[in-house]
Ligand binder design. Structure first.
Ligand SMILES: [Zn+2]
Length: 793
């Protein structure tokens, strides 16, 4: 069913199907239901895609005390975890994730990374070589100093790369809970050098550090009905599978630092000035961001370098993770947002290096994100939403996000400018990372298994939110036409591939699923059905852990659109869309009247080109010129001559016809059959723009089910009063058809440009030897000119 096919002027007859398969080639049923690929529904997860009546999930609450050493860039902490076993199973051990261990020198990730240098001409950037060398020197990973039960007794444990197993003294029964402590410390990484999703940035001009701290504490691995313990090792791409819980975190930092964190600040009186608290109060109901710490105040603080410490205490409820940032460089602005009775403080923290971009766009972008994600997904439930500017390019945690883009500073004049790319990159990344609060921070999919479930869905809603920011916002992902190059590339794997094995990560897990959802919305299901089903999924699975099957099943369950063919093609294969409009045949209904039909036959015969010999024989003397007596009846009449026999036959046949049959014979409609072939493999709707001879046109939308009996070739009959002049297949480029040159009848000429260039002569060794030596100034001028060229591009 396709809601979009309605109200058409054209009357359409049944599909003319060609034989089911080419000889010898088995018929591939692209509409076969997915049941055999999806897990069997049960009491935890229903066949409709909703949580079942016995759905359960574990809970982990954390109390953490952590100290930041700004001199040595280390964290030292002690945490207490209360693990609640809501499963029907008795657990004899617990698994924890030690993400920092990925940065140990002998980690599975580090030792299995491959190099992709070209053998013939090995090349790499200074930056990536520095990263490789420094990461060999960096002493990363956790130093676990103590693991005890709540009474201080040591617990046996074993560390396997990024996973730690704690063996329980007695089995943890269903509905039981286990409380234990872990003490640990680690060296924070210099993010700009070593990469990663967290770390510090060092500003050499003012000798200050900015810390973005995440995946910083041992976290409970997920235990759930589909996988048991999700203890697949962290190799860098499969992010996190985590449990919801409550957090109480005390963060001790230099007293002149400002801390941004998941959760609500519990002790503003001991860490904020009264002016800051007043400004925060004012921000609650402000209609634009209110400055809490100004650029001047932050710049002043850059110099204080306090050696005293202060403790910031935050609490967060029902979150799956906890992250924070700290620096004396932070400028801070805030603006309250209220929807559905929930007050949220949108806040941005950034060094002066982020201005003027950050004060103008960051907090505004946070609020814009919440507004639009609420509309398409679920209501944002948390008291704060934060965007921090630091070394990390873009990363998400509950209530807090790290976003990288900054303006460029001219080293000589100090003037700050930014490119269009940086501006939209910043707005886009903030929308994306804040959007992750919904997927996967609330709709808690298993990131270690499926990257697309959070990145793809989030990138899709990001596109919707971006388009609501300004007219024709330059979104990188979402529109079908932007995925075409990826779809036709050969180096790819299906979307349904484990996070650590994905090729072309961004295209596979962000771009393709986001585009697929956009196509479902605009082309397959229509906005009304899609938006309802998509929101239904978010509502069903908020604060729960969905799997791909739950998503697929919900989309169908809430819309009555059979999507198995679409999911099969787009999520389980690497086929692409290339439908070709092969041929158009024009027909009229034969009148059976020999006077009319034989004349028409003669007309067609006369349209045939002359025989080459006939042409050249013109004027050649022939025998009958000299002897006309040789000509007879057959020289006057041919097969197109209407005979009395024809007329008698016509008269008697007409008498046998009923009135409605006679009417059809004189119908006079234009009948066209249009032949299509599927060259790309993916079955998709056929969207036709039909242009008529009288200048009018209309768009005809035919559901993908047209391919259900033959996935390779189909023909469609169009019956119309008006003559058709032109047909365009996929006129809005909405199906990601990779070759639109076969989408036109009549065929269009392909326009292209042939560029001419001058050949450059290279300098000889003698010329180079004799060249004048350049001063440093000359060299500077040269790099400046080169940089300007780059910027212009
Ligand atoms: Zn993302």
């Amino acid at each position: 069913m396709n809601k979009l096919v309605s109200g058409l002027l054209l009357s359409i007859s049944v599909v003319i199907t060609s034989p089911l398969m080419a000889k010898g080639k088995p018929f591939e049923d692209k509409f076969r239901q997915l049941d055999e690929l999806l897990p069997t529904p049960n009491t935890y997860r229903t066949a409709s895609g909703a949580p079942g009546h016995e759905y359960w999930q574990q809970e982990a609450d954390y109390k953490i005390r952590v100290k930041l050493d700004d001199e040595k860039q280390t964290l030292t902490a002690s945490e207490t975890i209360t693990y609640k076993n809501n499963s029907p199973d008795t657990l004899t051990y617990l698994w924890l994730q030690l993400d920092q261990n990925r940065f140990k020198r002998d980690s599975l990730d580090k030792t299995t990374r491959t190099t992709r240098l070209k053998q013939s001409n090995p090349k790499t950037s200074f930056k990536s070589m520095r990263g490789l060398v420094k990461s060999q020197q960096h002493d990363g990973g956790y130093d676990i100093t103590k693991v005890t039960d709540k009474n201080g007794r040591d617990l046996p444990y074993i560390i396997n790369d990024t996973m730690m197993r704690i063996d329980l003294p007695t089995g943890l029964k269903p509905h039981g809970q286990f409380v234990f402590n872990i003490d640990w410390n680690y060296h924070i990484r210099e993010q700009k050098v070593l990469g990663g999703r967290s770390g510090y940035e060092y500003f050499k001009e003012d000798e200050n550090y900015l810390y973005e701290i995440a995946q910083w504490f041992p976290r409970m691995a997920a235990y759930y009905d589909v996988y048991g313990w999700q203890n697949k090792q962290f190799l860098g791409n499969g992010e996190f599978a985590l449990e919801f819980g409550d957090y109480d975190v005390e963060i001790t930092v230099p007293s002149d630092h400002i801390v941004a964190s998941t959760g609500e600040l519990q002790n503003p009186r001991s860490v904020l000035t009264s002016a800051q608290r007043k400004r925060l109060e004012k921000a609650k109901y402000a209609d634009k961001p209110v400055i809490i710490v100004s650029e001047e105040e932050a710049t002043e603080k850059e110099k204080t370098k306090s050696s005293k410490m202060k403790t910031w205490r935050f609490k967060a409820e029902n979150v799956r993770d906890f992250a924070w940032a700290s620096s004396r460089k932070f400028i801070w602005d805030a603006q309250g947002y209220t929807e559905g009775g929930i007050d949220t403080m949108a806040m941005s923290y950034y060094p002066k290096e982020g201005n003027p971009l950050w004060e103008r766009y960051s907090t505004e972008a946070i609020i814009h994100t919440i507004e639009h994600y609420n509309k398409y997904s679920l209501q944002y439930p948390y008291p704060v939403s934060i965007s921090v500017n630091g070394p990390v390019g873009g990363m998400e945690y509950p209530m807090i996000t790290f976003n990288g883009p900054r303006p460029k500073v001219d080293k000589k004049t100090g003037e700050k400018t930014y490119s269009k790319r940086t501006k939209y990159g910043l707005i886009g990344v903030i929308i994306h990372e804040v959007g992750h609060n919904y997927y996967p921070m609330i709709v808690n999919s298993d990131e270690r298994q499926w990257t697309w479930m959070d990145e793809g869905l989030n990138t899709f809603v990001q596109f919707l939110a971006e388009q609501a920011w300004e007219e024709k916002y330059p979104s990188r992902r979402g529109p079908a036409r932007k995925i075409v190059n990826y779809m036709k590339s050969s180096h790819q794997v299906p979307i349904m591939t484990n996070s650590e094995s994905i090729l072309q990560f961004g295209n596979n897990a962000y771009g393709k699923p986001a585009t697929a959802l956009n196509i479902l919305r605009e082309t397959i299901m229509g906005r009304e059905l899609f938006d309802f089903a998509f929101k239904e999924y978010a509502e069903r699975w908020k604060f729960k852990r969905p799997t791909p099957a739950d998503f697929f099943r919900t989309l169908e369950d809430a819309s009555a659109v059979d999507l198995d063919w679409f999911i099969r093609g787009w999520f389980y294969t690497t086929d692409h869309v290339d439908i070709s409009l092969d041929r158009v045949t024009k027909m009229h209904i034969g009148s059976q009247d020999p006077e009319v039909e034989k004349a028409w036959d003669r007309e067609q015969f006369n349209k045939e080109p002359a025989d080459i010999s006939d042409l050249r024989n013109q004027g050649m003397p022939v025998r009958t010129d000299k002897k006309p007596e040789l000509l007879d009846f057959y020289n006057e009449h041919d097969k197109f001559t209407v005979t009395n026999h024809d007329r008698n036959k016509y008269n008697s046949s007409q008498k046998k016809l009923e009135d409605w049959q006679l009417e059809l014979l004189n119908n006079g409609s234009n009948i066209y059959t249009v032949d299509f072939s599927n060259k790309g493999g993916l079955v998709m709707p056929i969207i036709l723009q039909v242009k008529y001879a009288d200048g009018s046109d209309e768009v005809l939308r035919i559901s993908a089910q047209i391919w259900r009996k033959n996935t390779v070739k189909v023909s469609k009959m169009l019956i119309t009063d008006k003559a058709i002049k032109e047909i365009v297949l996929d006129p809005y480029w909405e199906t990601a058809d990779v070759d639109v040159n076969n989408n036109y009848w009549p065929t269009r000429v392909i326009e292209s440009r042939l560029e001419l260039y001058k050949r450059k002569k290279s300098k000889s060794l003698m010329e180079k030897y004799n060249e004048k030596l350049k001063t440093d100034d000359d060299a500077d001028k040269e790099t400046d000119a080169k940089n300007e060229d780059k910027e212009a591009a």
